[in-house]
Write a protein that binds this ligand. Structure first.
Ligand code: GUN
Ligand code: ZN
Length: 433
């Protein structure tokens, strides 16, 4: 089945930090996207591609707005949706006072499905079409999430939290039950439709060495699954890891010793990394999820994007709901820009929109599948609206270049500027055209 969309089109082919800017993206002011059975068949100038189509083909013409690949959120906790904006604490107290008691409810499958339904609809409204998602320690939390994601035909990655120490008894598994439950979930869900599994040790403080080693064993047994955890987010956390794992040379080394690094390993935050850790992340092709909204909300610190780039670490953007305060990747970019300003660095609109799309896909080892419009990629895309709010509309009157337009979009933009989201070529949000 063929679907054709016409309008302004932008996507990335390479990292603007690595190649000449003009080579990093493709932009068509009047473009055409041809989708066959949910996959990109071709994109190009409308006046060149339209004559190649049969006369009877229906073309959806988006006369205003920008089509871009759906956003990719490389770190988010669906069970924390309803505890977003919990006041006053930094990481460790925030976990103890708010997060752990909250996650208890997810032993109940129906509760999980209810929250997953809301969470996924919020993601889609915000234009996020793929995410790497934490469940809770409960197996049912992941069954719930995948059941709903499957119904919505989404490309999603999720995993059951592993934690067997330094957490309430009601949230604790063991090295063995964590392994067994994760394995059963992998067998049931990994590569089912568009779903993939991530082995998910919460973070070093809540995992015994035995549990981390079992996670490494499971990863070796299932090399195509992901590894998803937290790393070097907060200074008190890092000091605690040093105390708990005196034989490790760094926070990252705790994970490295358990064989948890690799092409499908994603570490959230990485705010306070030493050069040696960054180098190791780069050489193992591991990725960092840059979560500026969360890093600011919890007072964790300012991520050093330039350090990650220097060591060739794959970086994507993460909302980190519920420590982050927005589902919107546009708003997350806004927080990222300000983070870089406080570091006396710049984050160009091309760089940030790359991170939100192809950069995220690369961090998740999904280039060619999602994140841009190359032939054969899954046609998940958004239509962004420059005029959804009076302020943005007015500001847009005074801009002349694409770069300026994209910057304004990403500084003032949020869910309101996502006019429609499309999954495998089909529009799933927004008013009918
Ligand atoms: N570190 C361990 N667990 C969490 C969590 O739920 N959120 C954040 N931001 N950091 C963590
Ligand atoms: Zn997190």
């Amino acid at each position: 089945m063929l679907r054709v969309y016409r309008g302004e089109l932008l996507h990335f082919l390479a990292d603007p930090a690595k190649v000449a800017l003009q080579e990093s993206y493709q932009y068509f002011e009047d473009g055409l996207m041809i989708i066959k059975d949910g996959l990109i068949e071709s994109i190009g100038e409308a006046n060149e591609l339209l004559p190649t189509l049969d006369d009877n083909i229906d073309v959806t013409h988006y006369k205003s707005g920008l089509m871009m690949p759906g956003f990719i959120d490389t770190h988010v906790h669906y069970p924390q949706t309803e505890m977003i904006a919990s006041y006053g604490e930094q990481l460790l107290e925030w976990l103890e006072n708010y997060t752990f008691p909250f996650e208890r409810q997810f032993s109940d499958l129906e509760h999980g499905k209810n929250v997953a339904e809301f969470f996924l609809s919020q993601l889609l409204e915000a234009g996020t079409t793929t995410a790497l998602v934490f469940g809770t320690v409960h197996k049912a939390s992941v069954d719930a999430f995948f059941t709903v994601a499957q119904q919505k035909k989404l490309r999603m990655i999720c995993g059951k939290v592993l934690m067997d120490q330094n957490c309430p008894d009601y949230l604790s598994d063991t090295a063995q039950t964590g392994y067994d439950d994760s394995k059963a979930l992998i067998e049931k869900w990994h590569n089912t439709d568009r779903l993939q599994y991530a082995i998910t040790p919460r973070f070093a403080p809540t995992c015994s060495t035995e549990q981390l080693n079992k996670a490494g064993q499971l990863l070796a047994e299932h090399p195509s699954v992901y590894l998803h955890t937290h790393l070097s987010e907060n200074k008190a956390e890092i000091a605690w890891v040093k105390e708990l794992f005196p034989d490790s040379t760094s926070y990252l080394d705790v994970y490295d010793k358990s064989k948890l690094l690799g092409r499908r390993s994603v570490f959230a935050h990485g705010v306070h990394l030493h050069d040696e850790e960054c180098q190791r992340l780069g050489e193992t092709n591991s990725a960092i999820a840059f979560c500026p909204s969360s890093n600011l909300f919890l007072g964790s610190g300012l991520f050093n994007l330039q350090q990650a780039q220097k060591f060739d670490v794959n970086v994507g953007l993460g909302s980190d709901i519920g420590a982050g305060t927005t589902f919107s990747m546009l708003s997350t970019i806004n927080e990222g820009y300000k983070t870089q300003q406080l570091r006396q660095e710049k984050l160009s609109p091309f760089q940030s929109l790359y991170l939100a799309t192809l950069g995220g896909a690369r961090a998740l080892d999904l280039e060619g599948t999602v994140g841009n419009f190359t032939q054969g990629a899954e046609a998940d895309f958004v239509l962004l609206d420059y005029h959804a709010t009076p302020l943005m509309a007015r500001r847009m009157q005074h801009c002349t270049t694409l770069s300026e337009k994209l910057f304004i979009l990403s500084m003032l933009g949020d869910e309101r500027h996502v006019k429609a989201t499309h999954i495998m070529g089909e529009r799933v949000t927004g008013e009918p055209k």
